[in-house]
Design a protein around this ligand. Sequence first.
Ligand SMILES: Cc1ncc(C[n+]2csc(CCOP(=O)(O)OP(=O)(O)O)c2C)c(N)n1
Length: 327
Amino acid sequence: MTNSQVPPGTAREMLRMLLRIRLVEQRIKELYAEQEMRCPTHFSIGQEAVAVGVCAHLTRDELVTSAHRSHAHYLAKGGDLEAMLAELYGKATGCSAGKGGSMHLIDLAAGFLGAVPIVGSTISIGVGAALASVLQGVPQLTAIFFGDGATEAGVFHESLNFAAIHKLPVLFVCENNLYSVLTPLAWRHPEGREIARLAEGEGLLSLQGDGNDPEVVHAVAGRAIAHARSGAGPVFVEFKTYRWLEHCGPLDDQHLGYRPPGEFDAWVARDPVKLYRERCQERGVAGETEVAAMVTAIAAEIDDAVSFAKASPFPARDQLAAHLYAP
Ligand SMILES: Cc1ncc(C[n+]2csc(CCOP(=O)(O)OP(=O)(O)O)c2C)c(N)n1
């Protein structure tokens, strides 16, 4: 699908969100070395355009689920930054009361239903949320983000089938970063098979696009979301993109040798944040001064959120067994 230009206001907001997600994760990467954040943390650096292009369409009430690599989805959906960072520090003010860490983000006020690291698990949870909205007579879009690895779980196929039968308002978003931990797609799928074709086999409208171009993501997601909101049934979208850091953790992992020579550099040359920043400048949507002001404001917001997280208390000892079951 080809690129289609978004209105200047949308472009500016998408650029701001791309920068914000990148800067938040870069700060987490720096702070992680202090060993005060003790949770396993999966970074989305390099993959930000998918979250931003899709969530630019969603209202605050519409729902999102995600998985272990969820910072970008949480932030793009409007999740609270202070509560996210406090959660990574294991603090009582965290969005999961300090008990979940990076892989269990949640912000119900922002429609971010939650992230769960059991691969594939939030696909059926998202479908259940969409079914609930239909049963309650207020059909509401649910966007479900997951990686290419999750499409190999049985629950993926069951969930697509169920959503198709009931024509549920679901957007399935596959963020295909070519690897499941260290294992490339080519070792996991027969030659030439596209993940999007699997979804077609389950009876869904299935679209693909460049996951490093926020405007392509925006255009593809826009078409898909219009279809799903209209009651015509669920839609599957696949965006190819690339993870820059190790599967879990803040470090580079090129020494491990699982990436073919040249692959990493080719994707980094297509850095979604840098390319979009340049495009916005060329178009006069956001000039150098405006981008610099955005970066300064975001850095200040991150400083405040980090201070808040560090100053917050750990959960009290008597809260150990709280939050296990609904009250
Ligand atoms: C059911 C289950 N099996 C295995 C794992 C271990 N695991 C964690 S992340 C991951 C890879 C997931 O790959 P993908 O869905 O493509 O997401 P990505 O990490 O690339 O974003 C695996 C196998 C798990 N968390 N849950």
